[in-house]
Design a protein around this ligand. Structure first.
Ligand SMILES: [Zn+2]
Ligand SMILES: [Zn+2]
Length: 487
């Protein structure tokens, strides 16, 4: 029905534009599969999660209910945090490394995980979640709208709507039109055919069409997201070089891929100097434009970035949680605050609990926090910074603290059953949590595997901050170790 795009054939303007456009295109073409699969899986799940009863109610009410909308929003939030953050981060990293101007600077190295990068990913993630959830609601509203003029019975329409969950509005409308055409033609050509069997045949074809449409939309979103993050990597590299005083003012020249998908708006930008407020491409879905940066002045001298006093925080975090976070922030030793200001970004958690993505320096904070929960998550950032789990001294303390402990399959203490080790040297039950159900072996080299006990340091650190005397009494070696990190 439709063909996937051939790799773009590009006619080039200048060497610089050629360079960045080709790299962008190569990167996007070789990284589409993962985000496409993620989206396809999500829409399958959403379509299955929606019952016919719910769709029938939606048709009768004229709109999907609040619960469904919120469930979709939640799905996209989790998808963004768990699956798209790594995709964006990797594309930013590639874009930053490929940037031709900064790549040629001696002594400059692009850093793929900075507050500037994390902030962009956080805001962009929020924009994507809002956009796709809204699009999806608009699509369902448009489909429901077709019930009113007698083209469908409620039952029939609900069966046609379900496979269309995840499509945008024009796609959903096209799918319904396709269904109607097939159904009406069947009835016209076979006057004795039962309405039910015409509907069934038409539905089977419409389901196949919806599958192709889902794939098309997944490609559009994936491509747009990769172009967006890659271009952001270019921009972040330039910014970092300016902040480090190795670049100065830059001219931004639009670079447009000369292929069949160039829109009129983009064609006009090609070779032109673009104002800063235009931002970075994409400027429309599937846009594959880039920006060629050209230095226009001397490197900024003494360009020192303004020091941050607090780590960046997601505006969506509830007021109560923020209050608790800043209260606990003040308790963290200053030397560690300095590290966290640069290496941590605080996001509202879509997962229902707090957790930390150490790879990118993101802590996800739940809406309701127990005492010390923020310190615990911040400690995960610190343990990565200090490479605590690679430190032999720490590993020895961990093993000494757990040796001879009792292994427990704990069904009750937490929301989910967990595996843990119980030992008198632990400051909390959670400190002995063993992540063996994630495939991490309990033993390595005939000894307890420190990586299975991923909460050991964070719980110890939290207790050091909140109640040092208790930690000292329970586990003097660990208390000493944390103290040594601060002084
Ligand atoms: Zn474009
Ligand atoms: Zn933890």
């Amino acid at each position: 029905m439709f063909l996937y795009r051939q790799p773009a054939k590009i006619l080039y303007k200048s060497k610089k534009q050629q360079d960045i456009l080709q790299k962008l295109s190569d990167y996007v073409d070789s990284h589409l599969d993962e985000p496409v699969e993620i989206l396809a899986r999500l829409w399958d799940d959403q379509s299955e999660a929606l019952s016919y009863r719910e769709i029938r109610e939606a048709i009768l009410n004229g709109d999907i209910d609040k619960e469904t909308f919120e469930a979709w929003q939640q799905d996209y939030s989790v998808m963004a945090a768990a699956s798209f953050v790594p995709v964006w981060m990797a594309a930013i990293k590639a874009g930053g490394k490929d940037e031709p101007v900064t790549a040629a600077l001696e002594g400059f190295e692009f850093s793929p995980v900075t507050n500037g990068v994390r902030k962009w990913v956080r805001e962009h993630s929020g924009e994507l979640i809002t956009a796709v959830t809204e699009e999806q609601r608009e699509a369902v509203r448009a489909m429901i709208g077709r019930a009113v003029d007698g083209r469908y019975t409620v039952d029939e329409l609900s069966r046609v709507i379900r496979p269309c969950v995840g499509l945008n509005r024009p796609q959903a409308v096209a799918n319904l039109r396709y269904y109607e055409t097939i159904r009406d033609n069947l009835i016209k050509q076979h006057p004795r055919m039962k309405a039910e069997s015409a509907q069934k045949q038409a539905r089977e074809m419409a389901v196949k069409y919806a599958e192709r449409q889902h794939r098309q939309r997944a490609y559009t979103i994936a491509e747009t997201e990769l172009v967006s993050a890659y271009n952001q990597g270019n921009a972040q590299a330039i910014r970092q070089a300016q902040e480090q005083g190795v670049l100065g003012d830059m001219r931004r020249i639009g670079s447009t891929a000369d292929d069949e998908r160039v829109c009129r708006r983009c064609a006009k930008k090609s070779g032109q100097e673009l104002p800063a407020d235009l931002g970075t491409p994409p400027w429309h879905p599937r846009c594959r434009c880039a920006i060629a940066y050209e230095p226009t002045g001397e490197p900024y001298t003494g360009a020192v970035p303004v020091p941050e006093y607090l780590p960046p925080i997601d505006e969506h975090i509830t007021a109560e949680a923020q209050e608790q976070i800043w209260k606990e922030w003040d308790l963290i030793p200053e030397a560690h605050q300095d590290i966290l200001k640069d290496e941590m970004d605080i996001w509202r958690s879509p997962f229902g609990n707090s957790r930390t993505d150490k790879r990118f320096g993101i802590v996800y904070m739940a809406d309701e926090l127990d005492e010390g929960e923020f310190i615990h998550e911040a400690a995960h950032i610190l343990e990565e910074h200090f490479q605590v789990y690679q430190d032999e001294r720490f590993v020895k303390i961990l093993r000494d603290s757990l040796r001879g402990g009792k292994y427990i399959a704990d069904e009750e203490t937490f929301e989910h059953p967990v595996s843990r080790v119980e030992s008198p040297k632990l400051v909390s039950v959670y400190q002995g949590r063993a992540y063996i159900e994630y495939g991490i072996p309990l033993y390595s080299d005939g000894e307890l595997n420190p990586n299975a006990f991923a909460e050991f340091f964070a719980e110890g650190y939290k207790t050091y901050v909140l109640n040092p005397e208790y930690l000292k009494r329970k586990n003097r070696a660990l208390w000493n170790y944390v103290r040594g990190m601060i002084q």
